[in-house]
Design a protein around this ligand. Structure first.
Ligand SMILES: O=C(O)C(=O)C[C@H](O)[C@H](O)CO
Length: 304
């Protein structure tokens, strides 16, 4: 089995708990792919599709990928390019992000459409997000959606998290239009209710689920922080309760880890309700560690 995620992995500065920072690598779609890598058998080919630079930070990033058996398929490696950077600040365990990513090399991930098509070929699962869309020019965004559409027609399962980050978009209407367009080519949509409320004025998770399934999406799980997620599948709607009494250290990447847990379980043939319960368990592990990535040794404790 071959899976891929498309997007931007940045250099991450996460609070180290002693008034300093620890450096790592993270980015929403990478966090989800990482979770899949940690949960799925080692013979699953796992590629992160992006664009990479050639500076010291790019070299370290690629070494980090290689060390964890994450490939880069046909992603372009661009001379002079460098990764974006973000820092996590915490208010208690609740995270917020500061970015330095205006000229990050990942913005060029769809410039070479032949390379992109090659990277997406023969994938069981392709995962991308609203952040992937937000970092691209309108032309590159069209190229990306065209490539995903072709891959879907050839049999890939497409999963998408709208992951709305207002600061990355020129305005709300452009974000709403691009995200809705992506949902039209997705089989599984994994939104977070707070994002959807601020982008689409949804009144509750049920409204989010309805709006997305009305587009023809067969499977949608609306995450809602520490509360129950809403599972909409084949016309049925059910709540998936969150785990009680989870102690949070850093909520960064919780939704991404949930997505990774959900998709890993679905790829292994588990039913949506079972997959969502598993995903809550994985997300609970993710918020117990600093930074957006959960070590594989911790992820392995999510399995029964
Ligand atoms: O906000 C982004 O663009 C990121 O990818 C940083 C974080 O790792 C991610 O948002 C966590 O969900």
């Amino acid at each position: 089995m071959k899976i891929a995620a498309i997007g931007e992995c940045m250099v991450e500065f996460a609070p180290d708990g002693r008034d300093g920072w620890q450096m790592g690598f993270a980015g929403d779609t990478f966090n989800t792919l990482w979770t899949l890598r940690g949960l799925l058998p080692s013979n699953v080919t796992t590629d992160y599709v992006s664009a990479f630079g050639d500076d010291e930070f790019s070299r370290r990033q690629l070494a980090f990928f290689a060390q964890h058996h994450v490939g880069t398929a046909n992603s372009p490696h661009i001379a002079g390019g460098r990764p974006g950077l973000y820092a996590i600040t915490l208010d208690g365990a609740e995270r917020s992000f500061t970015y330095w990513r205006g000229d990050s090399v990942a913005r060029r991930l769809a410039d070479d459409s032949a390379a992109l098509a090659g990277s997406l070929k023969d994938r069981k699962l392709i995962y991308f997000s609203g952040i992937t869309l937000a970092i691209l020019t309108p032309t590159s965004r069209r190229a990306l959606l065209a490539a995903v559409t072709v891959a879907r027609a050839q049999g890939s399962l497409i999963a998408f998290d709208p992951n709305y980050r207002p600061r990355l978009w020129p305005d709300r209407a452009i974000a709403a239009a691009a995200i809705t367009e992506a949902e039209h080519v997705a089989d599984i949509v994994l939104p977070t209710f707070d994002d959807e409320r601020s982008l689409f004025d949804d009144v509750d998770p049920a409204a989010t689920g309805r709006r997305i399934t009305d587009l023809g999406v067969r499977e949608c799980v609306v995450k809602n922080g520490g509360q129950a997620a809403l599972l909409c599948h084949d016309g049925r709607v059910a709540e998936s309760p969150a785990r009680p009494g989870v102690k949070a250290v850093d909520t960064s990447g919780a939704g991404d880890a949930f997505n990774g847990g959900y998709l890993a379980a679905r790829l292994q043939g588990r039913e949506p309700a079972d997959a969502a319960a598993f995903a809550h368990r994985v997300a609970a592990l993710a918020i117990g560690v600093r930074g957006a990535l959960t070590p594989f040794s911790v992820l392995s404790t999510a399995r029964e």
